[in-house]
Design a binder for this molecule. Structure first.
Ligand code: SAH
Length: 470
């Protein structure tokens, strides 16, 4: 039996021999596994054991005895506490390599897929201010109002001054909302008691249009003094994305202020009901030449620059001639569908969120695209129904959430036998599981391209193409 040979509160010197997919360093002490936050593969470190479980323990980094050449100084003063980033202590090129290795390792271990072509991860030229969406929890930290990010392993709110991966305007809006809450003595939510009003401030920005949406999530039906909030948000100039000095962009304007009602005791940010209190119901942004309407509850990729790279790859992998019927499964607001539509005979988009499908239909219309049809429902129900009706795809694109594709859907694709499947994934482990299923049922994995959508975090996005074996 593997009895833990490490003791809590003892200090040990150990070598970091690997990294977990969450970016922790990992190594062994007396043949027992130890995970260490912020330790880098190849380093020798001193750790204090803070937790011992049956099969692993957690060490706190005390001193770096031998420093990895991949290590760099985190640029954020809140990095140690904030739950947002977890790779800021590793330089950017090493992060990209880490992501490529993570994909390869998953394909091998979970997918049982050897010798697959996994290209180097495509990174960003300047990996800063890249997020178009910020979700700030609101609460009290002690006696102080806190609007920020959850800390690494708890729901304590870290009220960091700025966040350099968020677009600058979101930091600005956060301070305006703070001003409003303080001046008008608005209560803020307490998770434990379920009391207090304001729960989250969510901002969304169209990088190409400058349109900004602010969503205030409240635990109640009304926001007192809401007219004052609108004044605070709309009276001042918000600057432009040029202010960051790294990207061009128009002046920002608040185009939409929404109250979202969430009175449930839950970790899910949004409730189902939105009340518009200023401007429009949606904002507009462009990806490439296509224009998109975005609603508060619809999924929209958070890194618009890299989204263009990702979709470009998906389109290249789909290798369309203009004669194909294409399914875009898990289509969100129809972004990939529109990208594919120009080169396809017809595209069917399938998505479970009704609001997203409303956006998708509108998006086809405002881009004058007539060969797309959007269907609301669960992919694992809708696709088998289409197949039963004799509607089959020549090429399928899937872009599921983190849990991957439902097996019923994969089974239907196997029966349908499209020529190609393009699999866009935000989770290499469920990707590997699903590729294993498809590879065991008549499809060959041709190549995998990771794209870095989330610099300074361990998240990895990939696009993979499979061909039907004839
Ligand atoms: N392709 C889109 C969205 C990808 S995110 C884009 O690039 O923007 C995954 C989407 O799958 C989300 O919009 C989510 O609402 C949707 N979804 C989740 N479970 C689903 C299911 N069972 N059936 C259909 N869509 C689902």
């Amino acid at each position: 039996m593997n009895l833990p040979e490490v003791k809590k509160n003892e200090i040990y010197t150990m070598e970091i021999t690997g990294m977990t997919h969450e970016g922790q360093g990992v190594g062994r002490i007396n043949d027992f596994t130890v995970f260490v936050d912020e330790a880098v593969k190849g380093e020798v470190v001193k750790v204090k054991i803070i937790k011992v479980n049956k099969s692993y323990s957690i060490g706190k980094l005390m001193e770096i005895v031998e420093v990895s050449s991949d290590r760099c100084e985190p640029f954020c003063t809140s990095y140690k506490f904030c739950g947002g980033c977890n790779l800021q202590h590793i330089d950017y090129s090493a992060q990209l390599k880490f992501k490529t290795d993570t994909v390869k390792e998953n394909l091998k271990r979970i997918g049982k897929l050897e010798d697959i072509v996994v290209h180097d991860t495509i990174g960003m030229e300047t990996p800063l201010y890249y997020r178009n969406k910020a979700q700030y929890p609101v609460g009290m930290t002690g006696e102080k109002l806190a609007i920020g990010f959850y800390s690494r392993r708890s729901h304590e709110i870290i009220d960091s001054a700025t966040c350099n991966i968020q677009d600058k305007v979101s930091n600005h809006i956060r301070s305006l909302v703070r001003e409003f809450i303080e001046e008008n003595k608005i209560t803020v939510y307490d998770e434990n008691s379920g009391n207090g009003l304001v729960r989250h401030v969510v901002t969304r920005t169209g990088f190409k249009t400058g349109e900004v949406m602010v969503v205030i999530v409240i635990n109640g039906k009304e926001l007192p003094h809401k007219q004052k909030l609108i004044e605070v948000l709309t009276n001042k100039k918000l600057g432009s994305s040029d202010d960051s000095g790294i990207k061009e962009g128009p002046e920002y304007r608040i185009q939409s202020v929404i109250l979202n009602i969430n009175t449930q005791n839950t970790n899910i940010i949004f409730g189902n009901k939105n009340i518009k209190i200023y401007g429009k119901d949606t904002i507009i942004d462009y990806i490439g030449k296509f224009k998109f309407n975005i609603s508060p509850l619809s999924f929209y990729q958070v890194n618009p620059l890299q989204t263009e790279v990702l979709y470009g790859k998906a389109l290249e992998f789909a290798s369309l001639s203009g004669k194909e019927i294409v399914f875009d499964i898990y289509c969100g607001i129809g972004t990939i569908s529109l990208f594919l539509s120009e080169k396809a005979l017809k595209v069917y988009g399938v998505e479970v969120v009704e609001e997203a499908i409303t956006d998708a239909r509108k998006n086809a219309e405002i881009n004058n695209i007539n060969n797309v049809e959007f269907i609301v429902g669960e992919a694992e129900k809708v696709i088998p129904q289409l197949y039963e009706q004799g509607i089959k795809a020549d090429v399928v694109v899937v872009d599921p959430p983190r849990k991957g594709c439902d097996e019923v859907l994969l089974q239907t694709l196997v029966n349908m036998q499209p020529k190609r499947i393009v699999y866009v994934s935000c989770n290499p482990s469920t990707l590997a599981r699903d590729l294993n299923y498809l590879a065991s049922n008549g499809f060959k994995v041709i190549e995998v391209q990771p794209v870095d959508m989330f610099p300074w975090t361990s998240h990895v996005e990939t696009v993979t193409v499979l061909y039907r074996e004839v």
